[in-house]
Design a protein around this ligand. Structure first.
Ligand SMILES: Cc1ncc(COP(=O)(O)O)c(C=O)c1O
Length: 490
């Protein structure tokens, strides 16, 4: 049996189900569709319930504790999102159902497209991409298709600042463009001189994560966009950090041509553990025809007076880059994001961003005397500190992160962004209270003191978690799965 299917709890013959006696004649299944090489664990229902419940309790989650994982926007996922996503009419839909029988779902997608247009200041949106990185790939393919449609085939390079998210260069390279890294200036903005050097007729575009991975809004963003447009390039906005900007600034109004959202960050759909995300892409008028096929549109207008609703359908944009995802995308995420946007309304969304930025700046103010902040200015929804001190030379960001786990705090993102040494990237999100932020700051300050007075306490952390510090490379390369709970092991 493959090692990953072994279960030490399995007892031959033990079952966790009972079928009622069949009241139909047994059907003969085709022999070649049956397999006998998949011996599944044999367990009673209670064994399975205990196993999975115990596993779920070993995990840190946003429902059990503070989760300041920078760049990931681990905000609280309102439970009403889950209720709406489970409405039978949505949950049991088949993507190949005739459109006449799925009008509710199509209407929801249509309105979500419209709201994302409105929030970002764009003319059209595709909900298809499955995640932020997938949105980037889609957006860059749109930029390429646009240049090619005009016979502008020389444009083969894309500029990516060194403060970008790591997926930006990866997805741009996947689309076949040559990636050129731009350095940041000492305030964490795109270095305009470096940018000017590359603004020529081979420029396809620039991909800007804004706010960037330092948690900073680029102070020259309009100048950056102007220079790129002047050279004939387009601007891709990585909008995964829109949690800082909702209702405050619309990227489409300041020169962005394409932008992706991360519904699983900004609009509170759950993520982590590789769960389904969603990375819709919005574009300006000149790019609407290139969006992936299909988008949802009104194919027959309704008549409000006589109460006839419009008919929604799936439409292929004229010069579409084609399909980028099976069917219509991750529909369950659309329902959750739709619910979140409707529950908040325009005013509420603006408050989300105001509070996300306020919370991050509050923490920054509490920590800047203890932790070095390499780019220290008003931050957006997150900021980057350094987990190192000259007087505590053995201590690294990793040790600070591991020690935080002893206090039931999820560690911040560490060692990213790469342009900061020993980085700790802290994103509190808007859903945390002042009490939580105070407790977190107090703990980080205590850990900084321990780094000087008792470094071994940090080096050997965590001490209170189900497992201590793992050799992460070995753990990943020599994965040993074990179903037996610790208390039952010999
Ligand atoms: C700024 C930024 N861009 C892109 C991504 C990629 O998104 P995803 O993980 O959904 O592919 C992330 C992920 O957190 C991000 O923070």
């Amino acid at each position: 049996m493959p090692e990953h299917l072994m279960c030490e709890l399995s007892v031959p013959g033990r079952v966790g189900f009972q079928y009622p006696e069949s009241d139909v004649p047994a059907a003969q299944l085709p022999e070649d569709m049956l397999r006998d090489d998949l011996p599944l664990p044999e367990l009673a229902e209670i064994d399975v319930v205990r196993y999975f419940t115990r596993l779920s309790q070993l995990n840190h989650s946003v429902d059990t504790g503070f989760y300041p994982l920078g760049s990931c926007t681990m905000k609280y996922n309102p439970k009403i999102n889950e209720e709406t996503a489970r409405i039978q009419g949505f949950a049991n839909l088949h993507p190949l159902q005739p459109i006449e029988t799925s009008q509710g779902a199509l209407a929801l997608m249509y309105h979500l497209q419209m709201w994302l247009n409105e929030i970002g200041g764009f003319a059209g949106t595709s909900l298809q991409p499955a995640a932020g990185a997938h949105g980037e790939l889609t957006g860059v393919l749109i930029i390429r298709a646009y240049h090619r449609s005009r016979g502008d085939t020389k444009r083969n390079k894309i500029l990516i600042p060194d403060s970008a998210h790591g997926t930006n260069p990866a997805t741009s390279a996947m689309s076949g463009l040559q990636v050129i890294e731009l350095r940041s200036d000492d305030r964490g903005n795109v270095d305009l001189d470096a940018l000017r050097e590359h603004c020529d007729d081979t420029l396809a575009g620039l991909m800007l994560t804004n706010p960037n991975t330092l948690g900073l809004f680029d102070e020259n963003v309009e100048e950056v966009n102007r220079l790129v447009h002047e050279a004939g390039g387009l601007i891709y906005g990585d909008g995964a950090n829109m949690n800082a900007l909702l209702g405050i600034i619309r990227p489409g109004d300041i020169g962005f041509d394409v932008l992706h959202y991360n519904l699983h960050k900004t609009f509170s759909t759950p993520h982590g553990g590789g769960g389904p995300g969603s990375g819709p892409v919005s574009v300006t008028e000149q790019l609407v025809d290139f969006l992936p096929d299909p988008v949802v549109d009104i194919i027959e207008p309704g008549d409000e007076e006589s109460g006839v609703p419009p008919l929604y359908g799936l439409v292929a944009p004229n010069k579409t880059i084609g399909r980028v995802k099976a069917f219509q995308g991750h529909f369950g995420m659309f329902v959750r994001a739709y619910t979140y946007i409707r529950m908040h309304g325009a005013e509420g969304l603006r408050k989300v961003s105001e509070n996300a930025v306020l919370n991050a700046n509050y923490l920054l103010a509490k920590l800047r005397d203890t932790y070095h902040i390499p780019y220290d200015r008003v931050c957006m929804h997150e900021f980057v500190a350094e987990g190192r001190w000259a007087e505590a030379p053995d201590i690294h960001a990793l040790d600070v992160a591991k020690r935080l786990m002893d206090f039931n705090f999820h560690p911040p993102t560490n060692y990213f962004p790469l342009i900061v040494h020993e980085s700790l990237m802290i994103e509190p999100t808007e859903t945390e209270s002042k009490e939580t932020l105070d407790a977190f700051a107090k703990t980080l300050i205590q850990i900084a003191e321990e780094a000087h007075s008792d470094p071994e306490l940090l080096k050997s952390a965590p001490h209170t978690t189900p497992f201590g510090r793992l050799d992460e490379v070995k753990a990943a390369k020599e994965l040993v799965l074990c179903c037996v709970p610790e208390y039952a092991r010999g």
